[in-house]
Design a protein around this ligand. Structure first.
Ligand code: SF4
Length: 230
């Protein structure tokens, strides 16, 4: 009764979600999967349960910010703050904090306890995102704060700005923008299908059909339309 209605709410919301520009969360991700999102390629729908888990992560962020805002030694300079507008990418940092007169970008990540227990350094994709926040806000260091979803344990990593990483990420996005504009499907990840991104990829079926090389999106669409008619 209610379950079906709640599931429908999440699924409809996800269904309406397209993509027409890059987000910070795209930084360092598989270029081909981002290309497919822009082109609205056929994809495996996420389950409503998974979409609710994303919402739960947002709720955890709010709890952490509530605690930080109440600590006198910390000044929350800004929360949920958009990166300065520019052409290539948009994104919203969780917070800019001032602690002992030093500024930090804060990025809060909620993860399951299995991954949390093994973490000895920030995950690469989280480091990538933070590097771009540091780049666009021109702040030299940040903190990635992990929250274990199941146990509510916390783990934090202090991360300095690395200009080389940020510039490489931006160059890759610029290259991908050109491929999107010229309808060229990028190469897959070199470790496909063993890369962790492939295991969760909604476009894995389409990706397998394209194969290992770059391909014209127009040609590929004709190919799948012909297969559907047969
Ligand atoms: S299956 Fe892997 S390589 Fe292919 S689009 Fe998805 S993430 Fe990229």
């Amino acid at each position: 009764m209610l379950k079906e209605l709640i599931d429908k709410f999440y699924l409809d919301r996800e269904h309406d979600r397209g993509q027409d520009h890059f987000y910070i969360t795209d930084a360092g991700k598989c270029a081909r999967s981002i290309f497919f999102k822009f082109k609205k390629a056929p994809r495996k729908e996420l389950e409503a349960r998974v979409l609710r888990m994303f919402d739960h992560g947002n709720h955890i962020h709010q709890l952490i910010m509530k605690a930080l805002s109440a600590v006198r030694r910390i000044h929350v300079v800004a929360a949920e703050i958009n990166i300065p507008p520019q052409e290539i990418i948009s994104g919203r940092a969780d917070a800019i904090l001032s602690l002992d007169n030093e500024l930090y970008i804060l990025d809060i990540k909620s993860i399951n306890s299995m991954i949390f227990g093994k973490l000895e350094a920030p995950k690469e994709d989280h480091n990538n995102q933070l590097q771009l926040y540091l780049h666009f806000f021109n702040i030299p260091k940040g903190i990635i704060l992990y929250v274990s979803k199941d146990t509510q344990d916390l783990k934090e990593f202090l991360v300095p700005y690395d200009a080389k990483v940020a510039e490489k990420l931006l160059k890759n996005l610029q290259d991908l923008k050109t491929k999107i504009e010229t309808d060229t499907i990028p190469q897959p990840l070199p470790e496909r299908p063993d890369n962790w991104q492939c295991k969760y990829c909604q476009f894995a079926d389409v990706c397998a059909k394209v194969g290992e090389k770059e391909l014209s999106w127009g040609e590929f669409k004709k190919q799948i339309e012909a297969e559907e008619i047969r």
